[in-house]
Design a protein around this ligand. Sequence first.
Ligand code: IMP
Ligand code: MG
Length: 179
Amino acid sequence: MHGDCEKILFDEDEIHRRVREVADEVNAEYAGKRALCVGILKGSIIFFADFVRLLSFPVELDFMSVSSYGGGAVSSEKLKIKKDLDGDVTGRDVIIVEDIIDSGFTLANLKQMLIERGAASVKTVTLLDKKERRKYGITPDFNCFEVGDEFVVGYGLDFNERYRTLPYIGALKRSVYEK
Ligand code: IMP
Ligand code: MG
């Protein structure tokens, strides 16, 4: 385990098992349809790559980059589009793939934005849900794991751009993010 982590919350095997289960739930719901999977950069990329390869219905992929975090551990309540989608979502069934839902600000705003752009439907898939920190009324349609009020890294998730490539999801030591 990386020395900056306090503990491993979910190891590689557990993640892959659970991602497959969630992909199966999504497959059941989208059978006979096609969808546009929108990955939210950069935190979702590892999850996204594993997840979309398990989908059994036709999908197209697009990406968006937004930021609500200034680089630290506290949400700054301002959603900024850093990179928009390449394509048009009008009439499309969209599946937003996100690393983690915390206050819900990012997903609530993204979902609303894509609905306003004319998407036929917008569903959300998250790797992690910090349920107890929710401030905006949004619940992911599909979620892999719940986590408590701690800062987590790995499997795509970062703290100041570090730790994304750890193959497991770990809780970062408080001393690392509170200094
Ligand atoms: P929200 O807008 O408050 O729901 O925050 C969601 C965003 O905050 C996610 O897309 C992550 O980028 C980031 N985030 C929230 N909690 C964590 C964490 O524990 N580790 C890494 N990123 C996090
Ligand atoms: Mg993110």
